[in-house]
Design a protein around this ligand. Structure first.
Ligand SMILES: [Fe+2]
Length: 237
């Protein structure tokens, strides 16, 4: 058991995630207990709400590394990029924050509306050798009951479902969508998207659901093999 978690807000004091260092350390304790050996830390990059500057993010990471225990997962810096004007500008400049050392980057979109031209832009990222990774696809209303649209987007990006949604904690419709994406094979991977300590119990419930309904091989595929492949720039089937 050596899971890889692609999405979390463990870096503290930057967004709506961990408020301080001691909470971040407690979260790393909990993430280690879940069996995670590599933890991606992905603070929000969202215009007008959470756009901490990169120096501060790097500084926080360095500080957290100094108190990280040997039992904790290793940390890989990334970001959760909102598909907004800042993102468009960064796409044009080639400065979208990626998972460090990889060609993959995490992106989210507003829940109520798929951005115009999104499928086309995802395809262009792929053609340019990038791997877009879509956070919590279960949240996006236009993907509910529209597997054709989900399949179109999924052809050019990874779908990383939140374990808390699978566990039933992010709303009824989101839970239904998260489980459907897993059952029909459209989900590429799962992640904790942990913002606080309590989210880890919710993630454990999500893992337990997958284990029970889809089997342990599915847990291994979604939380170990697929995230590792993504971090090598590969888009799993
Ligand atoms: Fe997130």
């Amino acid at each position: 058991m050596a899971y890889v978690d692609l999405h979390s807000h463990v870096l503290y004091g930057l967004d709506d995630g961990a408020p301080d260092q001691s909470t971040a350390v407690a979260m790393l304790d909990g993430l280690a207990a879940l069996g995670i050996s590599e933890q991606c830390v992905t603070p929000h990059q969202k215009a007008g709400q959470y756009l901490p500057d990169w120096d501060r993010i790097e500084q926080t990471l360095s500080q957290l590394e100094t108190v990280r225990k040997p039992t904790h997962p290793t940390l890989r810096l990334g970001a959760e990029n909102m598909w907004d004007d800042v993102f468009y500008q960064r796409a044009a400049d080639g400065t979208i924050p990626h998972y460090r050392g990889t060609s993959a980057f995490l992106v989210e979109i507003p829940p109520s509306l798929i951005p115009v031209g999104m499928a086309d832009r995802l395809f262009k990222f792929r053609m340019a050798g990038k791997l877009p990774v879509l956070a919590h696809p279960e949240r996006y209303h236009q993907l509910w009951d529209n597997d054709d649209l989900a399949r179109t987007l999924r052809a050019s990006c990874a779908f990383v479902v939140d374990l808390g949604a699978v566990g039933g904690f992010h709303g009824k419709r989101e839970t239904k969508a998260a489980r459907h994406l897993l059952e029909c094979g459209l989900a590429t991977a799962v992640a904790t998207d942990a913002h606080q300590l309590g989210d880890l119990q919710q993630a454990a419930a999500g893992l337990a659901w997958i284990d029970k309904k889809l089997g342990h091989a599915a847990v291994t595929r979604l939380f170990d093999h697929a995230p590792r492949a993504i971090l090598t720039g590969e888009l799993p089937d």
